[in-house]
Write a protein that binds this ligand. Structure first.
Ligand code: PXG
Length: 290
């Protein structure tokens, strides 16, 4: 069965779903998006994703022509129409069609797209053996330029880093801010572990406020671990006991080497393994019924 894609109030077969070439999302990357997972017939942390979408839209002064409750129904209906019980949902809201100038005032109505599909996951082996990462020379966008907390359609900063990753043969890479502090990866947040303490960069440093990051912080605290949001450098990653990344697609994934330095034992550590289990259990039990 061909997938059905929601575009501006209607569902279209995938091959017929289209937007205007004058859409400022296409012309300028002017818009916002979300990537959401469904597990066992439930959408994980749907409210948090919607709230981040509307916050991102607010930051770029993009008026979404739907209530949050209506957007929620579109996500659920997209899953139902595509018989998705385990999958990935992409919500995109762009500035909409305008003219060939930058001015967003020329775009009277935002475009809303919802795609519900299956997801290509990292191989299970990366979870059992752990992944290798490197630091790239592309620095993360400055907070004062394009705040990484805005989940915008302008992902070129991340894509430039991804190109460095591809050239060097890494699945994911570490990005630094202009001072050299570790911020996040191209599509994942980062945690390091010292003893039973988790450390992750604070939001004000300029990172996406990951939904997975928040969920992992919750399960860690519930398991009696200390969690702190403190800036750190590459050296702290190299010398950590453990390191892992979090993201909707990756969930929580161990990192066992960074820039050629073995992290801890060089194998996924006990804290990371425990948190991966607790996060997976949370995904299996929580969520909005499709
Ligand atoms: N940082 C960045 C820059 C992201 O894009 C995350 C962290 C993790 O956030 P969540 O809320 O998912 O825990 C993301 C989100 C992809 C892909 O295809 C990944 C993301 C977004 C879009 C595409 O790998 N990650």
């Amino acid at each position: 069965m061909e997938r059905l894609v929601y575009v501006d109030g209607r569902f279209y077969p995938k091959s017929e779903a289209r937007i205007s070439v004058f859409d400022h999302g296409f012309l300028y990357g002017d818009g916002v998006f979300e990537g959401i997972r469904a597990y066992g017939g439930r959408v994980f942390r749907l409210e948090a994703h919607l709230s981040r979408l509307y916050d991102s839209a607010k930051a770029i002064m993009l008026e979404i022509p739907l209530l949050e409750a209506e957007m929620r129904d579109i996500v659920l209906e997209s899953c139902r129409r595509n018989a998705i019980r385990d999958g990935y949902i992409r919500l995109v809201v762009s500035r909409g069609p305008g003219d060939l100038g930058l001015d967003p005032r020329k775009c009277p109505r935002a475009t809303v797209v919802c795609i519900a599909d299956t997801i290509a996951l990292y191989p299970e082996e990366l979870y059992s053996r752990g992944m290798h990462v490197m630091t790239v020379s592309t620095r993360r966008n400055a907070v004062e330029a394009l705040n990484p907390r805005i989940k915008s359609l302008n992902y070129l900063n991340n894509i430039l880093a991804k190109i460095e990753a591809n050239q060097a043969g890494y699945a994911e890479v570490l990005m630094l801010d202009e001072r050299g502090l570790v911020v996040e990866c191209t599509g994942d947040n980062i945690f390091i572990v010292r003893g039973r303490r988790l450390i992750t960069p604070p939001l004000w440093l300029g990172i996406l406020e990951g939904i997975t990051r928040a969920a992992v912080m919750e399960v860690a605290a519930a398991a009696g671990m200390e969690v702190c949001e403190t800036p750190f450098t590459r050296l702290d990653v190299w010398t950590a006991d453990e390191c892992f990344l979090t993201g909707t697609a990756a969930e929580a994934i161990p990192v066992v080497e960074c820039d050629g330095r073995k992290i801890g034992s060089g194998r996924p550590g006990p804290i990371t393994t425990e948190l991966i289990g607790r996060y997976r259990a949370l995904c299996a039990e929580q969520g909005v019924e499709i």
